[in-house]
Design a protein around this ligand. Structure first.
Ligand SMILES: [Zn+2]
Length: 271
């Protein structure tokens, strides 16, 4: 086969394993800058030996470049193909929750299957019926049909200082039990969250969401991605917030004193 044919866009229809590989490599690359063979094997639950063979074929077809000592990275062609599958996955998840009433912890496995089977026409009709959503039910950005996606890095709840109020944007869709628990304690994309207290030495965090409070461990907190509050909402929350500290228990007051936050909050409000 002449080597030049490999750069011809758009990508031909891909097999299900190829789509899964490119998607897994895209996710690893977004997190780590490159994807190593063993990481790909782990993500796809296959033997490292079969990963090596597939990676060689994908490189020959122009989807991947090798990065010395680090693994592989997607070429523009590979990235385009990966984002196409990711768009399909995320639109399917959004459709299943919003239109068909699935819970947010029950859509990932369905979307894993359907993303390979649904036609482009069906996916675009679903996107149109949904009003062209920009994020899926877990807050993951939906790439456009042209392959543009907002993959900005986000802080997590674990990065907050006591007194900070933020907006939840995203959580991984891969652990249904975690998603069910988050829904139980009202932690879902769009939730407005204030860090009320943080126990010292990497202890639990006390969160307030509206009138509800929840205590979560640092490991869970590190999985919840957050963003600064939109300015329009920030002023409302600021007005409501001062009522709460009076209700603090002795224990919680002690733990906030252990962190340096009451001082930093005072500094902030004096500006
Ligand atoms: Zn999913």
């Amino acid at each position: 086969m002449p080597a030049r044919t490999k750069v011809t866009p758009p990508p031909p229809p891909l097999t299900e394993p190829v789509e899964d590989y490119l998607k897994a490599i895209y996710e690893l690359e977004t997190r780590n800058g490159a994807a190593g063979t063993s990481e790909v094997a782990q993500a796809l639950r296959v033997a490292p030996a079969s990963v090596t063979g597939m990676i060689r074929r994908l490189a020959v077809q122009g989807f991947l470049d090798h990065v010395p000592y680090r693994g592989v990275q997607l070429t523009p062609l590979g990235r385009r193909a990966a984002l196409r599958t990711i768009r399909r996955h995320r639109i399917l998840e959004t459709y299943l929750t919003r239109v068909l009433g699935y819970a947010w912890d029950g859509v990932h496995d369905e979307a894993e299957r359907l993303e390979h089977a649904a036609s482009d026409d069906l996916i675009e009709r679903m996107a149109a019926a949904l009003g062209h959503p920009t994020a899926d039910p877990h807050g993951a950005p939906i790439p456009t049909a042209d392959g543009v996606v907002d993959e900005r890095a986000h802080r997590t709840l674990a990065d907050l200082a006591v007194g900070d109020t933020v907006c939840m944007v995203r959580v991984s869709d891969k652990d249904p039990a975690l998603l069910r628990y988050l829904a139980e304690i009202a932690l879902q994309p769009g939730a407005v969250i204030t860090l009320v207290a943080r126990a010292p030495f990497d202890g639990p965090l006390t969160l307030r969401m509206g009138s509800r409070e929840a205590v979560v461990g640092p490991n869970l907190a590190a999985q919840v991605l957050i963003d600064a509050m939109p300015v329009s909402l920030a002023s409302t929350t600021m007005a409501v917030r001062p009522a709460a500290p009076a209700a603090e228990t002795g224990t919680r007051a002690a733990s906030t004193t252990a962190g340096s936050t009451p001082r930093s909050r005072a500094r902030k409000s004096s500006r």
